[in-house]
Design a protein around this ligand. Structure first.
Ligand code: AVJ
Length: 325
C-alpha cells in the first residue's frame, strides 16, 4: 500500500471505530460525534493553535500553576516514579513536570500516533537519559503499560481538563479505570477547568480568529477524507454555547441550510438549523471537582489554583478502599 493512498484515506482503510461512531452518531437524535475524533494530524495541530489563543485561558493558566507547583511536587512525588501521561498530545506541559520531579521513566499515551512519536522523540532529546515509552492507544480503552515500568511507583498526569470532555458517568468510569491501571498507592495530577462567567467561557470556545471554528469543522473534513464523505463543509457553522444547567460548554456544527450528503455511501439529510453535537467541556467548582475525583477512587491531597480561580490542578492519591467510617 502506498503511503499516499493511506493518507488519502480510502474508506476501507479508515479506523472502524471512527466509522461506527460517525455513522451511528449522524443517525442518532440528537446527532452527536465523540470529541476524540477531532484529533487527526490536522486537528491536533489546530488544537495546538487553540492553546496559544488569547481567549483560551486554560493552557496558560495551567502552565503557570505547574510552574508554581513544581518545587512542592518535587517534594511530594515518589523518587523513582514513572510518569504516565494520558492524552499527551504535543506534551507541551510535560517538561515542567519532568523537571520538577525527575522521574525514572515517562510513558506518554495518545490516540494520535504520528503526533505521539514526534513529541516523544523531542522529549527524549530534551531529557537525555530518561527512558520514554510511548503507547499509541485510546486511554478510554486501557492497554497494558510497558513492562519496563511495572515495578515503579506511578504518577498519572492528566492535564488540560481533558476529563471535562466526559459526563460524570464516564469521568468516574475513567478515573476508576486509571486507578486500577496505575495501582494502589499511585498518584494522579489532574487539571480541571472551573465554572466562571459566560463572558469568559464562550470566547474561549469561539475565538475571534476562528481557529476553534476550523478545529470543529475539520471533523467534517476528516469524515470526507477518511470515510468517503460528501459533506458540504461550507454549509455548516461552528457554534459554542454555555449550558448552565449541565455546567458545560457545548460545541455544535449547525447546518446553515437544508443539506444532503453521503458518508460511506449512506445518505443523511439535515434541515437548516439542525446541529451535530461535537463536544462537551464540563467545568467544575471546587467541591464538584473533589467530589468527582473521590467518586472515581482518588483522594485529593493538594490543590493549586490561580488568583482568579479559573483553573485547578489537583494532586490525588489512590488510597486503599476502606469500609470503616
Ligand atoms: C482538550 C478537551 C480540554 O475542552 O477545552 C478546546 C478541547 N475544544 N477548544 C477543552 C477544546 C475547543 C479542550 N480539551
Amino acid at each position: 500500500m502506498l503511503k499516499q493512498e493511506i493518507e488519502d484515506g480510502q474508506s476501507s482503510l479508515a479506523d472502524p471505530a471512527f466509522r461506527a461512531d460517525v455513522l451511528g452518531g449522524l443517525a442518532a437524535r440528537p446527532r452527536a460525534i465523540p470529541a476524540r475524533w477531532f484529533y487527526d494530524r490536522r486537528g491536533s495541530e489546530l488544537f495546538e493553535a487553540i492553546t496559544r489563543l488569547p481567549e483560551y485561558y486554560p493552557t496558560r493558566t495551567e502552565t503557570a500553576l505547574l510552574e508554581q507547583a513544581g518545587p512542592e511536587l518535587g517534594a511530594l512525588a515518589a523518587t523513582n516514579a514513572a510518569v504516565v501521561e494520558f492524552g499527551s498530545g504535543s506534551s507541551a506541559k510535560t517538561p515542567l513536570l519532568l523537571r520538577a520531579i525527575d522521574p525514572a521513566a515517562y510513558v506518554p499515551i495518545d490516540i494520535s500516533g504520528d503526533f505521539l512519536r514526534q513529541s516523544a522523540r523531542a522529549l527524549g532529546q530534551a531529557f537525555p537519559g530518561l527512558p520514554v515509552h510511548p503507547v499509541e492507544a485510546d486511554f478510554l480503552r486501557p492497554v497494558p503499560l510497558p513492562p519496563q515500568v511495572a515495578s515503579l511507583p506511578k504518577l498519572g498526569f492528566f492535564p488540560g481538563s481533558t476529563i471535562g470532555n466526559m459526563n460524570a458517568w464516564h469521568a468516574v468510569e475513567l478515573l476508576r479505570a486509571m486507578r486500577a491501571w496505575l495501582g494502589e498507592g499511585a498518584r494522579l495530577l489532574i487539571g480541571m477547568d472551573r465554572i466562571k462567567p459566560v463572558e469568559v467561557l464562550v470566547p474561549a470556545y469561539d475565538d475571534a480568529q476562528g481557529v476553534t471554528a476550523a478545529f470543529n469543522l475539520n471533523l467534517l473534513e476528516r469524515i470526507n477524507r477518511e470515510l468517503d464523505g460528501t459533506i458540504p463543509v461550507a454549509a455548516f457553522a461552528h457554534r459554542a454555547i454555555w449550558n448552565a444547567h449541565a455546567a458545560r460548554i457545548e460545541m455544535h456544527l449547525e447546518a446553515l441550510r437544508d443539506v444532503e450528503f453521503t458518508v460511506d455511501n449512506r445518505p443523511f439529510a439535515l434541515t437548516a438549523g439542525e446541529t451535530i453535537h461535537t463536544e462537551n467541556s464540563h467545568k467544575y467548582g471546587p467541591n464538584g471537582a473533589r467530589q468527582l475525583l473521590r467518586a472515581g477512587g482518588w483522594t485529593p491531597i493538594r490543590e493549586w489554583t490561580d488568583p482568579q480561580d479559573w483553573f485547578a490542578l489537583l494532586l490525588c492519591e489512590a488510597q486503599p478502599l476502606r469500609t470503616a467510617p
